[in-house]
Design a protein around this ligand. Structure first.
Ligand code: ADP
Length: 455
């Protein structure tokens, strides 16, 4: 990248230098042209002054064309027919008629004319300036001057020297500029994310901020993963230790009575069941974590799912001495049936497990504007305010022993949160310790008539 920036800066500077120098040469050449024309005009005016009322052209022009005059200037006098009356360099009668010369023609029309003609060699140009005198004759001044090629030829060695000098300066400046642009980026890479100390441009700040955020996210994810692994191992250890202990006792014949053997086997069975539930929840969470694993969406009648769930949990509720009821209207949402069942099951199961004797759980499905609203309300033990934020975290439990004794894994609400994120649904929790908990989930509803069913 540095090489690229350097090359581009250098190329831009080189182009700018070359173009500037060429333009400078062109401007100088134009100035030269102007100067020669101006000089020629002055000369012509001086000559015209000398010729005024004079009889002998050669004599009158002697101050200009004689030994003390300018030798590089040629003066020609032409009559109104184009015939050459006098020429300071050549015998006049040896010259052809000048009527067709552009500067002479222009003078016949406008009173004065100017023309540059390339000489036989490319090096020089002849500049002609002509003006009409009072008696109708034309006075022409001719002068040789360097052509643009000659000017270039003079200038090229100096130009090359200047270009070489400037290129060296540009090379050095480009190097430091490229280095200056790259330095903060390199510092970010070398600092391993410690971007706090890096002094850089204002425009780089969002970039640094994004990297910092990404790094924090990566660190946070790593921390959560590590914590999760430690928690899973710990959670697996307890039932496995129990299973191993009971099995060892039975194996060593330490349990004499048949009733005891049955009890121990029952314990092994219960703990194995807990293990299975836990492993299933962990697998489910990792499936939901996998962003590539997209479950198919379909129209799902939320009320029907709620009724099924309540039917399924009715016996469980009775066992806990809790009344479980369902009410509401048919509302169709775009979801995955299994996911909706999981949400309902986890919320209702919690509402039963964290309830009181003779308590109740009501499941309500409502159709509000464009939303399908599911409310699971219980009259249970409630959740203290300081825990309310955290109960959706993995393995977070308010009362660990109660959760475990009722078969909880601490993962139910984490699964619910994940699923709701995938279904674009929102969850809201209201809870009062000792009075009960109300969890409201809002799904976007499908409004198409073909999915609406009579309530
Ligand atoms: P668990 O398997 O322990 O029930 P969850 O993720 O389902 O795990 O719930 C996390 C914690 O939130 C529970 O341990 C419990 O302390 C609390 N909780 C969840 N639902 C309720 C509820 N309806 N009433 C009171 N506490 C609840």
């Amino acid at each position: 990248m540095k090489r690229k920036i350097y090359n581009r800066l250098f190329a831009t500077a080189t182009l700018a230098i070359v173009v500037t120098l060429l333009l400078t040469v062109a401007v100088c050449y134009n100035l030269l042209k102007k100067q020669v024309l101006e000089d020629s005009r002055h000369y012509a005016q001086m000559a015209a002054g000398l010729l005024e009322g004079a009889e002998d052209i050669e004599k009158s022009l002697a101050p200009l064309t004689g030994e003390n005059g300018a030798q590089d200037i040629r003066i020609t006098v032409i009559d109104h027919e184009g015939e050459v009356l006098y020429d300071s360099w050549v015998q006049a009668d040896s010259l052809p008629n000048h009527k067709s010369r552009p500067e002479v023609q222009e003078t016949f029309i406008k009173g004065s004319g100017f023309e540059i003609r390339r000489s036989a060699t490319l090096d020089e140009n002849t500049y002609y300036y002509a003006m009409r005198l009072k008696d109708g004759t034309v006075l022409r001044v001719a002068r040789e001057a360097d052509s643009i090629y000659k000017v270039m030829e003079y200038a090229v060695p100096y130009l090359l020297l200047i270009v070489a000098g400037l290129l060296v300066v540009c090379g050095i400046v480009s190097y430091y500029l490229a280095e200056g642009i790259i330095r903060p980026i390199r510092q970010i890479a070398e600092s391993g994310g410690e971007t706090g100390e890096i002094s850089s441009y204002e425009e780089m700040k969002p970039f640094i901020e994004a990297i910092r955020k990404q790094q924090n996210d990566v660190l946070e994810n790593a921390r959560l993963r590590q914590e999760f692994t430690a928690n899973v191992s710990h959670e697996l250890k307890t039932p496995l230790t129990a299973i191993s202990g009971y099995a060892e006792l039975v194996e060593n014949g330490m349990v004499a009575e048949e009733g005891e053997v049955r009890r121990f086997c029952g314990e092994i069975h219960k703990n194995a069941g807990r293990l299975l539930v836990l492993i299933n929840d962990v697998i489910r969470l990792s499936e939901l974590d996998d962003s590539e694993n997209q479950e198919a969406m379909e129209p799902v009648n939320l009320f029907e799912c709620a009724k099924n769930c309540v039917d399924m949990l009715q016996l469980n509720a009775e066992k806990h001495g809790v009344t479980l009821m369902v009410d509401g209207v048919n509302v169709v949402i775009s979801a995955n049936r299994q996911m909706v069942d999981e949400v309902l099951y986890n919320l209702c199961d919690n509402a039963i497990r964290y309830n009181k004797e003779k308590g109740s759980v009501s499941v309500i499905v409502e159709d509000r504007l464009n939303m399908a609203v599911l409310t699971v309300k219980d009259t249970g033990i409630g959740i203290p305010r300081e825990h309310q934020e955290r109960i959706f975290e993995r393995f977070y439990r308010v009362d660990k022993s109660r959760s475990k004794s009722t078969g909880g894994t601490g993962l139910g609400l984490a699964i619910v949160k994940h699923i709701l994120l995938k279904l674009n649904a929102e969850i809201e929790l209201k809870s009062e310790p000792g009075e009960g908990t109300e969890i409201t989930v809002t799904f976007p509803a499908i409004r198409e008539a073909r999915f609406r069913q009579p309530s």
